[in-house]
Design a protein around this ligand. Structure first.
Ligand SMILES: [Fe+2]
Ligand SMILES: [Fe+2]
Length: 294
């Protein structure tokens, strides 16, 4: 099975011509399925652009949402509307609201949007304020402590959902791909080849999801998990445990790219390149911290 992975494609920043160039680059890879790890558009344009992309690529599109997908909307409303809408859209699969997916007899697919849950870095000392707090209804009017409580709750919700899906997937499949927008470990929160700073980590990594991933990978050493994520727009790969690898994709506003095209078996047996194999030539950074994980 041949799969294309893209992340942070921000289609709302492109005109129709730019979108068509991107969609035809995907078609050119002749994939059987496309995976997208969030920041697809913004709430008002999300269904229109998802529908357009699905029509153009002609294969199933499995996706999670990123923080930008909730801009000018509310998180619960966007999720609810999209779940309902996808039920009548063959080949558009929103992983945060669906059952476990079988990609092939040995590989399952799970996913959830995730959220930067304020648990890494130093939330209270950070001067960073994301646009999320002005543009997503759930955060509007909240004071600093209430924002932190909301970030934690969103991280916990993602972690609870993924715990259930991963348990189910690891029961039946030797290999599991997990899509999430927000890197679930600080080590996977790349910025220019290094880990993001304490100012950014509260918003750019989701610790609760990471703990679930560590737990399930310890409980099932016979299974392999690969996490694909984005959000930081900077690429890198981290090996957390011998059976747990997190690949973060890169992005630039206005020029969406394919992170990689891979055969499912190849993904689990080789390092893949990130940052756009076809032409961008960005180096991919890779690190192994598996010995640090008890
Ligand atoms: Fe993004
Ligand atoms: Fe994002």
């Amino acid at each position: 099975m041949r799969v294309v992975w893209a992340t942070d494609i921000h289609l709302n920043f492109l005109g129709v011509e730019g979108r068509n160039v991107f969609f035809s680059s995907i078609r050119g890879q002749q994939p059987d399925a496309v995976l997208v790890t969030g920041d697809i558009a913004e709430a008002p344009s999300l269904t229109y652009l998802l529908h357009e992309m699905r029509q153009a690529i002609q294969v199933p599109l499995y996706f999670v949402l990123g923080n930008h997908d909730f801009y000018y909307g509310s998180i619960s409303q966007v999720r609810k509307n999209l779940k309902h809408w996808c039920e009548s859209q063959p080949g558009l699969i929103y992983l945060s609201t669906t059952k476990l997916i079988e990609l092939n007899p040995t590989t399952g697919l799970v996913g959830h949007d995730g959220w930067g849950d304020g648990r890494y870095g130093n939330y209270h000392l950070s001067p960073v304020r994301l646009s999320d707090q002005e543009l997503i209804a759930d955060f509007q009017g909240l004071d600093r402590e209430a924002v932190l409580a909301k970030l934690r709750a969103l991280g916990d919700e993602a972690a609870g959902y993924l715990r259930d899906r991963l348990d189910e997937a690891l029961e039946s499949y030797q290999r599991v791909i997990c899509l999430t927008h927000v890197p679930p470990f600080k080590e996977a929160c790349w910025y220019q080849g290094k880990m993001g700073s304490d100012d950014w980590l509260p918003y750019f990594a989701g610790r609760a999801v990471g703990e679930v991933l560590l737990n399930v990978s310890r409980e099932r050493p016979d299974r392999h998990i690969i996490v694909l994520c984005g959000h930081t727009h900077h690429a890198g790969i981290v090996h957390l445990r011998p059976n747990l690898r997190v690949i973060t994709g890169s992005a630039e506003y206005g020029t969406p790219c394919i992170q990689d095209t891979f055969d499912l078996d190849e993904l689990f047996t080789q390092s893949i390149l990130v940052g756009g194999r076809k032409g961008r030539g960005r180096p991919s950074v890779e690190t192994d911290v598996s010995e640090r994980q008890p």
